[in-house]
Design a binder for this molecule. Structure first.
Ligand code: NCD
Length: 299
């Protein structure tokens, strides 16, 4: 179908199911440990103006495993933006050097601005509290790998649903499927109302009053996004923990996912439980981003 060829990947809104399948199927064929020459001659710029471990490293690994080269900025302080240069002018320069841009930035809409500025594909690796579309793709890949399907599953999202961009992207992607989306968060950190309305038009949505883990096939826990709070004292009120005791309330064949970093939401006593899927999930970042880079740059 070639949906992704030369495309900017800014959000999961409107990305059709067939396009998701294209990436998931290609990722299933990828060997994340093998080196090839698929991207030989291609140069990808990874611009990370906000902290990242797995997204940055997995994009860079994916590119290198496929034989491409990487140009990297991991801190705006090391660029001319520190001297007052605009993001627009920085992107113009990078677009003149590289074949694609992967950008993470604390401001919502920054990836869109980069895409409007650059005449090469731009991939949003997280823009503020807005979107993180490639995380959604690897999350879907992980669910499909475990259950063999996505339709028919019930999802429960827990934590910071207001600022958690991975949840926003994943739910938009999931609204293509016959799924139930349940949400549990402190009232101040609910899913954005506009997004809930958008999801309700396409699939079943429920907001829960308690952290009821018993009905979900996929429990997706997220970190409270400390860096997005104006007042640190407010942040401190919202911590929660899932531990071995909480898992007794989950279905025996359910799974527990988390985009990482975890900062206390999941006790390490859960790690050995067969339902803990988060380490598999993070490892899937490499094959999924290999598949996506190939689809965008080669087709
Ligand atoms: C997430 C992010 O940066 O949005 N992490 C990730 O990319 N895997 C989640 C988070 O920071 O809480």
């Amino acid at each position: 179908m070639g949906y992704w060829k030369n495309k900017d990947i800014l959000s999961m809104r409107g990305v059709p199911r067939e396009a998701i399948d294209e990436v998931i199927d290609e990722a299933a064929r990828m060997d994340a440990r093998a080196n090839s020459r698929v991207l030989e001659g291609k140069l990808i710029a990874t611009l990370f103006f906000e902290a990242s471990t797995r997204t940055r490293l997995s994009f860079q690994t994916a590119c290198r495993r496929l034989g491409g080269k990487v140009l990297s900025v991991s801190d705006s302080k090391s660029t001319s933006m520190e001297k007052g240069e605009t993001l627009h002018d920085t992107i113009k320069l990078v677009a003149a050097c590289a074949d694609a841009i992967v950008i993470r930035h604390p401001k919502e809409g920054s990836a869109r601005l980069a895409a409007e500025t650059a005449d090469i594909p731009v991939i949003n690796a997280g823009d503020g509290a807005n979107q993180h579309p490639t995380q959604a793709l690897l999350d879907l890949f992980t669910v499909k790998q475990r259950f063999g399907k996505i339709d028919g599953l019930s999802f429960l999202f827990i934590g910071d649903l207001k600022y958690g961009r991975t949840v926003h992207s994943l739910c938009q992607a999931l609204s293509n499927y016959d799924v139930e989306l349940c949400f549990y968060s402190p009232p101040a950190l609910r899913m954005p109302i506009a997004l809930l309305g958008e999801l309700r038009e396409k699939t079943r949505v429920r907001e829960l009053d308690t952290m009821d883990l018993s009905a979900a096939d996929v429990v997706y826990a997220t970190r409270i996004q400390r860096e997005r709070f104006a007042d640190p004292a407010e942040y401190a009120k919202y911590s929660y923990e899932i531990n071995a005791e909480s898992l007794k309330r989950m279905k025996p064949d359910a799974v527990l996912m988390h985009p990482f970093p975890r900062v206390g939401e999941i006790n390490t006593d859960v790690d050995k439980d067969a339902r803990a899927l988060y380490f598999v999930q993070e490892a899937n970042g490499v094959p999924v981003r290999m598949a996506l880079l190939k689809q965008i740059l080669i087709g």
